[in-house]
Ligand binder design. Sequence first.
Ligand SMILES: O=C(O)CCC(=O)C(=O)O
Ligand SMILES: [Fe+2]
Length: 307
Amino acid sequence: MSSAGSSGPAIPTVDLSSEKAVAEIGEVCRRSGFFSVRGHGIPAALVTSAFEETARFYARPLREKTEFNAGVRSQFLGYRSVGQEKSTSHAGGEACEQYRIGRTTGALASGRPADFYHEPFRRCSALFERMAVLGDTLLSACAEGLAQSSDFFDPYLKPPMHRLGLNYYKVGYGAEIANTVDYAMSPHVDHALFTVVAQDEPGLEVRGADGDWTPVPVVPDTFFVFLGDYLQRWTNGTYKAVFHRVGPVTTDRMSIQYKHRPSYSTVVAPLDPFVSAANPPRYEPFDTGSQYASLLASLIGDREAAP
Ligand SMILES: O=C(O)CCC(=O)C(=O)O
Ligand SMILES: [Fe+2]
């Protein structure tokens, strides 16, 4: 395992093409829950074209972007305008424009099909598919790192509800929505097994076990991976979920975040191998269907355009 990062605790880098990768991932998920990956096989040109496509979308006039508005009927796929997502830590909103692609579930009444929301994002959709394969590889390694079989989590991902997020942080967006904090996205833990991030400019920061924030550098050909709530909950805290935020933005910035997620309505609670009389469940069950959907509705509201 090598290290990258100019300040704060070093960020370990795992080379996925190495035989040691599985052991390293297991170790780092217990220790801090975050690491960089290289040797992942996703072409740099695909990531570059996904960023270019994202920039082209955000350069469109607002009235065109709002045709793709996220809401209950889109199952929160699509466009979230600046500040539309409320902060969980201050009175304002998140100082960025956002977009989500992913599949919908038949368990909820759907309006427009997911294809409609993917239409402006052909390259990002191709990247999404590659990320899902990478996500499966990482999840197998996470399982093996827990001394379980590589397919241990597979029954909970049939079908998965992965998401690709495309965020744009323009300088001044915080002031535009009268935020009184200087960071651009509030500290939070993701509702996911883990998240894989590409940034075109630095800005992402992660909180370590010591409570200090570490900036995540932009390193060519690497992605940054951090664990979310669901793996911490399933493993009863053996694996660590990572608080993260986006600091003050001094240069326009984009991020692409891939969230590896279980199927709709999976109830995530500490699993048997991680619970005993000496180690009782430390987390309540969380329903990734109804509980997750009402959380999104409370944070994002419903601005979906009429079909
Ligand atoms: O922009 C980033 O780097 C991270 C965004 C994020 O944390 C999220 O969308 O959940
Ligand atoms: Fe996040």
